[in-house]
Structure formats: C-alpha cells, structure tokens
Design a protein around this ligand. Structure first.
Ligand SMILES: *Cc1c(COP(=O)(O)O)cnc(C)c1O
Length: 478
C-alpha cells in the first residue's frame, strides 16, 4: 500500500523488520512512534498508545525517565564510549560491583549449594550474553575434565535464548529454529513444566489458579533427573543446563510451579553441570523479588547468569554475563598458556549503557521500587480475573510483572488455535486499534507493563484486551 507518512514511506522502502512477515507489513500503515513518557507512547499521527509489553520486555521504569535521562546526559558530557579491550571505565566498573552486590540480596529460602557470583562480562544484548555463557561453560568443562571431553548442553523444551547461532542451538522452538538445524550444534531438550497442558496431571480443575497442582508428583522433575542419569551412565555428562527461572518467556509465558527450579538445580549440581540462568527477560525485578535475579526467588544462585533487556531500563543495548570465581579461575594462566577468554565486542562495557544501567539498577533496588512492583502485580491479578468470562481464554498466567493469556478454540478441551488462524496476531491488532501495544507469542497474548504503569493505565491495557477478544471472537453473553 501507499503510505502517507514520510517516515512510513522510508520504512516501507528500506527497513526489514525482525520476526515480521514483510508482505503483511507492507500492506499496512505502520505505527511510527515519536515520543514516550511513562507507560505512554505517541505516534507521528498524534495518536496515544500504552506500551503494554514494555517495548518487547525491555523497558522497566517507563519512557523518558528523569533519573535515567540525567544519568545518560551526565555521562555524555564526559565520554560516550571507550573500548574495554585493555582499558577500564568508571561506569562499567561501578556497574559490575553494583550488579554483584544486587545478587547478594538475602532470601528466606535455603540456598542450593551456593557459589557466589563475583565477575561480570559485558556484551550487547541477550543473545551475546548467552553466547558468552555458553562459551565460558564449554571451555570451563574442557579445562576441568580434559581437552578430549566434548561438552554438551541441556536446555528446556520450548526454550528461546536468542537468535545468534549458539543461542539458537540451545533453543527449542521449531518454528524459529528448524530451518537452521544444519548450522547448529546439537543440544538435548528436556521436559519443561507446562501445567496448563501437563501430560501427567489432567485432573487440575479448569479455570483455576495456574499454581494449583492437584496430584502433582513432580513427574517433570523426574524427567530431568532421568535425562541426567542417562547421560552420566553413558559417560557423557552435561557441561551446563540452560534455563529461564520461574517463567519461560518466548516459549509462551509458561510459569514453573514453585519448587521446580530448586529441585532441578539440586539434581543438575549433583550431576556436575553448571547452572546457566537466562535472566534476560526475568531479571531486574521483572519476574518478581527484591533482587535482580528471579532464580533467587527459588533459592538458587546460578553459576552463570545472562542479563540484558531490562538491564539499562530499556534505554540502550547492553548485557552482562555474571559468573563465579571458579569459572573465572579456569581462564587464568601465564600469557603463553593462552588460557585467555578470546571473546568480546567493540561496544563491550559501553559507558553510556553502563551509566543508564546504574541508574536503572538503583530504581530496581530501591524499597519503593519493589513496593510499586508488588502493588502493580496485585492490580494485574485483579484485572486479569475479568478475562476468564471469555470462552476463548484458556489460561491466565502471571509471575511478577509478566502475564500471558493463552487463547484457545475450546476452553473445555483446551483445544489450541492453529497458528495459521493468527488468533494472537488478530487480537493484538484489535488492541492496537484501541491504543494498547503488545505482541503475541503464538496464541498467547503477553502483557508486561512498565513498572510505573498507573492503576488507570493498567485497567485500560486489560480492558483493551477484553474488548479486542469480543471484537475478534464475538461478544460474551453474561
Ligand atoms: C529476548 C531474549 C533473549 C535474546 O535477547 P536479545 O537482546 O533479543 O538478543 C534471550 N533470552 C531470553 C529469555 C529473552 O527473552
């Protein structure tokens, strides 16, 4: 189609959008975003929107936040970027120390044999933070088990860890990954809990709290244990287990029952594999808790942690891989031993990014920030409940400030829509017409409001979803 907006015309002429069928894209007038404040965004045509997925799960404290703005402009007056290859910088050094301190928040749960996180390797985004973790784990395993050892990884069914080749190798979403199979290294997938569609526990009453698990015998944990045991017997132990703590994001916003991670972490540690937590989405308070790691809500301190998306509050691309003294030490030696971690990026430790991240971290860690997140989570539960009345709502899931609403053809049988029907896409398009922006994951509508979302704005986000369901599937008679 011919677009009228001059920016939209340039976009249509030259920009290739991620995860987007460009033929569909070119048929529509795009929303051109110009300005933002808090949870609100304004488009070039003057329309106002609510950012109901925090700009693909990155934004934490709202747009145009005075504290983060100030941190960036202050840093800009000093220097924007210097290389971390052989050089130090103040923002990156301070940020590293503050991140480590933030992982030491005490939680009531007993910790699973706890290594302390002490070192931070900076990179640019979630995918590069995962690549770093994978390469560190791979080399750590070879150096501790011998150079003939072929390290292998275990990850969760439905996992998504980014789009670079290593991150795709530990991912298990065939829609995204099948085409590139020939390019990837082999990884094993193990059963991930998906309580709504649990093959073991069909007795759970419909439309009840997703955290109710009648008759659950932790069969999903047994599956992990069995997989580890098989690998051990074959004398091919895993070097690392990659997981998202508490809730899998791109898999479809699938929460793990409380206690799952703690149980699995114990077994993985007994097996001798490293725990690699992908906290790209869950970290920085998004999936709950006062600290920056959702893993710690389960009493688990991983050996490696990838942080990205919200690290800079959604301002700049920057990521961090946190790890332990033990992993760090495996790379120490005389220069000539060539134990150096030969890995890094041009923008590693970017000064502007680090300045933004420090300001964001301070907001995350402030007691008032935590209270605000808890209050917003409570409102979210209240509002989401109103969606159960709609017959196309099969399941409603929430962990922290991450919510997923799974749309189904028939809720009594949990029959999914065929992806080609674009149920999620159509509902999100109808929400956008009502001034609320989010993106679906298949048949799951994701809601991840910025932490500063007001009571009224949240009502509007969920209200738009309710109205969109009625528009797309027909109204509900009450
Ligand atoms: C988004 C995401 C990634 C990839 O991060 P990018 O910044 O897009 O490379 C990895 N893991 C998880 C859990 C994510 O949600």
């Amino acid at each position: 189609m011919k677009t009228t907006d001059p920016v939209a015309r340039l976009d249509h002429a030259h920009v290739w959008h991620p995860f987007t069928q460009m033929r569909d894209w070119l048929r529509q007038e795009p929303v051109v975003l110009m300005r933002g404040r808090g949870a609100r965004l304004w488009a070039a045509d003057g329309r106002e929107y609510l950012d109901a997925n925090s700009s693909i799960w990155t934004n934490l404290h709202g747009h145009h936040h005075p504290r983060i703005n100030r941190a960036i402009t202050r840093q800009l007056a000093q220097v924007a970027h210097t290389s971390a290859l052989g050089l130090a910088s103040e923002p990156a050094s301070r940020l590293a120390a503050e991140l480590i301190a933030a992982t030491r928040v005490r939680r009531p749960l007993p910790a699973v044999r706890k290594p302390a996180l002490t070192k931070v390797f900076f990179s640019d985004d979630g995918s590069t933070a995962i690549e770093t973790a994978l390469k560190l784990t791979y080399e750590y395993a070879r150096r501790t088990r011998g150079p003939d050892h072929k390290p292998r990884f275990l990850s969760m069914q439905g996992a998504y860890h980014g789009d670079t080749v290593g991150a795709v190798s530990v991912g298990h979403i065939s829609l995204f990954h099948a085409a590139y199979k020939g390019l990837l290294f082999r990884t094993d997938a193990v059963m991930a809990p998906y309580c709504y569609r649990c093959p073991y526990n069909r007795a759970r009453p419909e439309r009840m709290d997703a955290r109710l698990h009648r008759r659950c015998q932790w069969e999903c944990v047994d599956q992990v244990a069995r997989r580890l045991e098989t690998a051990r017997r074959a004398d091919r132990p895993y070097a690392g287990f990659v997981f998202e703590p508490r809730i899998q994001g791109a898999a479809g916003m699938i929460p793990q029952p409380d206690g799952w991670l703690q149980r699995v972490a114990e077994r993985v540690r007994d097996h001798g594999a490293l725990l690699i937590a992908d906290e790209v989405m869950t970290g920085c308070g998004r999936a709950g808790g006062p600290g920056i790691l959702a893993s710690q809500e389960e009493g688990v301190t991983p050996d490696l942690v990838a942080l990205a998306k919200g690290l800079t509050g959604g301002y700049l691309p920057m990521a961090a891989t946190l790890t332990t003294e033990a992993v760090f030490a495996a790379f120490l030696g005389e220069y000539g031993e060539f134990k150096t971690f030969f890995h890094g990026h041009s923008y590693t430790g970017n000064q502007l990014g680090a300045a933004a991240a420090r300001a964001s971290l301070e907001l995350v860690m402030a007691p008032e920030g935590q209270r605000r997140r808890e209050r917003l989570a409570g409102w979210l539960d209240e509002d989401l409940k109103t969606l159960w009345a709609h017959p196309q709502v099969g399941d409603i899931r929430r962990v922290g400030l991450v919510a997923g609403i799974e749309l189904v053809r028939d809720w009594t049988k949990r029959t999914p829509f065929n992806l080609k029907e674009q149920a999620g896409i159509r509902v999100c398009a109808a929400m956008a017409r009502r001034g609320v922006l989010t993106r679906p994951i298949g048949n799951v509508v994701a809601l991840l409001p910025p932490y500063v979302t007001t009571r009224t704005e949240l009502r509007k986000m969920v209200g738009a979803l309710r109205d969109a369901l009625c528009e797309v599937f027909g109204t509900v008679d009450s």
